[in-house]
Design a protein around this ligand. Sequence first.
Ligand code: UGA
Length: 432
Amino acid sequence: MDIAVIGTGYVGLVTGVCLSELGHQVTCIDIDERKVEMLENGKSPIYEDGLEELLVQNLQKGRVDFTTDYRKGLRNKQLVYLAVGTPQGDDGSADLTYIEAACRNIAENLENDTVIVTKSTVPVGTNEHIKETIEANLVHDVTINVASNPEFLRQGSAVHDTFHGDRIVIGSDDNEALVMLERVNEGFGLPIVKTDLRSAEMIKYASNAFLATKISFINEMANLSERIGANIDHVARGMGMDNRIGGSFLNAGIGYGGSCFPKDTRAIISIGKEADYDMPILENVVDANERQRVIIVEKLLTRFSSLNGKRVAVLGLAFKPNTDDMREAPSIEVTGKLIEAGAEVTAYDPVAADNAKTILPDQVRYAGSVEEALQHADIAIILTEWKEIKEFPLAGYRDRMNEAILFDGRNCFTLDEVRGSGVEYHSIGRPV
Ligand code: UGA
């Protein structure tokens, strides 16, 4: 099929490239000329495992191309995917500025009938608004239909998730649009859930809100466990073996971050407010996560009477491993609080350091390796469980630090590993 994808952020780019891999003819449209030029040259502007290889292969096969020109990009396309950002507005609701702008551009440049497929996470009812906005501004005499096809990709494993996801959700109030989308997605070989527009939009928010709830729940159990002498690893394992609960997303730590869970949980609360319905569970999930992010600093302040002049090595800055994304990363608040308390912070992240430099306090120094960050440090803190951080031997802490004291915000080591290592070890939800 002939497909256009608007927006080459991580959702749009992964969608476009993966659809071309299935054999569809895809044009990706973005207003950012620099990005388009990079992509045309086979360079991915985001760090995503396996993406650049697929991009290059499909560029060579002539199945994917990039443009800033809407008219050219939309020409003869049967499907147009909307994958622009929906950042958080000041009141917590989703900001639809980019969606609106894309709708106007579509309306002005569309010259044939098409189905508009929304990939972006949008409040329930937005797809109807998209249809109205485009129809009200159409320049040519064409018919459009709308469909919702929310994405469930995780950053860092987006390509893998596209081909191995648990399900594909497609929603539309138009049967022909549903049939078309089903055909486009058949090649992925995954179960397809067909539903109406509003339910598809809701599935996305409900799924992210549920996963965020699971994380805040296990973090609450962890905080209690460490107070009453239980071990959250064992608790989570025992709970997760119950199929009704499921073992994934039960890793206790310093809370969730990123561009999705924080934004989507606040957005669904805001949708509730508009519908005049309170959402006490989710409000508490959000509050609990905000407290959890700084729990590591509280632990430090309980252990030391003052952090003034202490040399702190911070290991990992991205909101999770395998990404350079710093959005809503716990490291932002943690380093801010450490600096405020007078600590000297040296940070290391294998990929996110450049992005971190533009966000973290200026006083933060950056090291080129775990070893360098630990050299002569008084305290080490793990904030992101990168493989190289998880696998860094405990003896390395002992050899390099002034005193080997480790606060592990991601439970990278088991208590058995730590026993007898000579490292004073503090983690989340486990007895000290
Ligand atoms: C999340 C969802 O997992 C995707 O299904 C969804 O498509 C995406 O949001 C989105 O809406 O675009 P992502 O934000 O990339 O994906 O990252 P996750 O791997 O889900 O992790 C989110 C946060 O939760 C991270 O900060 C991670 O450290 C934290 N987390 C995750 C935990 O603290 N504990 C866990 O057990 C799992």
